[in-house]
Design a binder for this molecule. Structure first.
Ligand SMILES: NC(=O)C1=CN([C@@H]2O[C@H](COP(=O)(O)OP(=O)(O)OC[C@H]3O[C@@H](n4cnc5c(N)ncnc54)[C@H](O)[C@@H]3O)[C@@H](O)[C@H]2O)C=CC1
Ligand SMILES: O=C1[C@@H](O)[C@H](O)[C@@H](O)[C@H](O)[C@H]1O
Length: 339
C-alpha cells in the first residue's frame, strides 16, 4: 500500500467482468486503485490499462504479482484459469477477491483450499456477489430472525436473455446455478446434500445441444427442499428471484420492477437487461467491502470453504444432468480455519 494506504490492485482477466471491476475500482469505490491488469490477450490488457494513471498492462501473471505496486489481486479470468492465479497469489501471500466459481470442479477447489490452509490464514473472498444485494440481505435477516418460523423451501428463478457463444451444459451449473447453490447454503446455513435435475424439452431459442431451460432440486442437511428454474435463453431480460417458504409465511426478493407506468390502457415496468445492471449495487458493495477489509488486514465474505462446497455441489449437479439420477454431494471435513 502507498503512504496514503491506497490498495494497489492487479485485475486478472479484462473481459466483461474484469473491465467492469477495473471501472468500479477506478471510478466508484474508495481506498483502492488499479495498479496492473493482466490478460493473455495483450491488446485487451493495453486497451483497459490506457487512461488509468499508473496502471501497467501485463500478459504474465507472475510479473504482475511481483510488481511492488501490487498489494492485492482481483481474479476475473474464466473459471478454469482461477486455480493457477489463486496459487500464484498465495505464493506471495496476497489478498484475493476471486470471481465465482472458485474453480469449476471439486478436486481443484480442494487443492486451492488446502493451499490457503497451509498459509495458516484466510486470504480469499469468493465473488458470490448476491450476498451483497440489498434484497437478498433483507431476506437473510428475516430468515435468521425466524420471524415466520423455520424455512422449509426456497423457490428460485434465474433467467438470462441469452447465453454467450460456447456455453455448455456444464457451464449452466458451474457458471449460473452456482449462484443458487451459494445463496441456498448462505440463506439456510446448511450444506446441500443431494441434487436432481429435470430437463424439459429445450427451448427453440437455446443454441443446438444446450439443455435449456432446466429445473434443479437440492436437498439440504436440515431436510429443506430448494428448486431453481434456470432459463438462460429466455429472450426477454434478466430475472433473479428467490422466495422462501417458512412455517408461518413467505418472503420473496427480486421481482420488483422499479418504475411502474400506466399509459394507453396498459400498466407495467421494465426488466433489467443483464446481471451488470441487476446486481450493479451488489458488485460495488462486494468490492468496497473487500477493499475495506483488506486495508484493515482482515478477510471476510464467502470463503474458500464456500467456494469448495459450491464446486462439490456443482460436480454433483453436472452428474445429475447427465444421468437424470439423484446424486449425493460429498464433502471433506470442514477445516477449523473455516469454522
Ligand atoms: N458475479 C457475476 O455475476 C459474474 C461473474 N462472472 C465471472 O467472471 C469471470 C470472467 O467472466 P467474463 O468476464 O464473463 O469472461 P470474459 O470471457 O468476458 O473475459 C475473460 C477474460 O480473461 C482473459 N483470460 C483468459 N484466460 C486468462 C488467463 N489465464 N490469465 C489472464 N487472463 C485470461 C480473456 O482473454 C478475457 O479477456 C468468470 O469467473 C465468470 O464466472 C461472469 C459474469 C457475471
Ligand atoms: O455469473 C453470472 C454469469 O457468469 C452467468 O452466466 C449468468 O447466468 C449469471 O446470471 C451471472 O450472474
Amino acid at each position: 500500500m502507498n503512504h496514503q494506504g491506497t490498495l494497489g490492485v492487479a485485475v486478472i482477466g479484462t473481459g466483461r467482468m474484469g473491465a467492469d471491476h477495473v471501472r468500479r475500482i477506478d471510478t466508484v469505490i474508495s481506498g483502492a486503485r488499479v495498479a496492473a491488469v493482466v490478460d493473455i490477450d495483450a491488446e485487451r490488457a493495453e486497451k483497459v490499462a490506457r487512461g488509468i494513471e499508473g496502471c501497467t498492462p501485463h500478459t504474465d501473471l507472475a510479473a504482475a504479482m511481483a510488481d511492488p505496486a501490487v498489494d492485492a489481486v482481483l481474479i476475473a479470468s474464466p473459471g478454469p484459469a482461477h486455480e493457477a492465479a489463486l496459487l500464484a497469489a498465495f505464493e506471495r501471500d496476497l489478498p484475493v477477491l476471486c470471481e465465482k466459481p472458485l474453480t469449476p470442479d471439486a478436486a481443484s477447489a480442494l487443492r486451492v483450499l488446502r493451499a490457503e490452509q497451509a498459509l495458516g490464514h484466510r486470504r480469499t473472498q469468493v465473488g458470490f456477489m448476491r450476498r451483497y444485494d440489498a434484497g437478498y440481505l433483507r431476506l437473510k435477516s428475516l430468515l435468521d430472525a425466524g420471524t415466520y418460523g423455520r424455512t422449509l423451501m426456497l423457490h428460485n428463478k434465474h433467467r438470462n436473455p441469452a447465453t454467450p457463444p460456447g456455453f455448455t451444459d456444464a457451464m449452466l451449473v458451474n457458471d449460473s446455478v452456482v449462484h443458487e447453490i451459494d445463496t441456498t447454503r448462505w440463506l439456510l446455513g446448511e450444506e446441500i446434500t443431494a441434487v436432481r435435475v429435470l430437463r424439459p424439452v429445450p427451448s427453440g431459442n437455446a443454441p443446438d445441444g444446450l439443455g435449456d431451460p432446466s429445473l434443479f432440486l437440492f436437498e439440504t442437511s436440515a431436510g429443506q427442499v430448494v428448486d431453481t428454474e434456470l432459463f438462460q435463453n429466455c429472450g426477454f431480460g434478466y430475472q433473479v428471484v428467490c422466495e422462501a417458504v417458512c412455517e408461518r409465511g413467505t418472503a420473496r426478493t427480486g421481482d420488483d420492477h422499479g418504475l411502474v407506468v400506466n399509459s394507453e390502457g396498459h400498466w407495467g415496468g421494465s426488466i433489467t437487461p443483464g446481471f451488470v445492471e441487476r446486481f450493479a449495487d451488489a458488485y460495488d458493495r462486494q468490492v468496497q467491502r473487500w477493499v475495506d477489509a483488506t486495508r484493515r488486514g482482515e478477510v471476510e465474505g464467502p470463503s474458500c470453504w464456500d467456494g469448495y462446497a459450491a464446486a462439490a455441489v456443482c460436480e454433483a449437479g453436472v452428474r445429475a444432468q447427465l444421468t437424470g439420477d439423484r446424486v449425493a454431494v460429498e464433502l471433506v471435513e470442514r477445516p477449523a480455519l473455516y469454522s
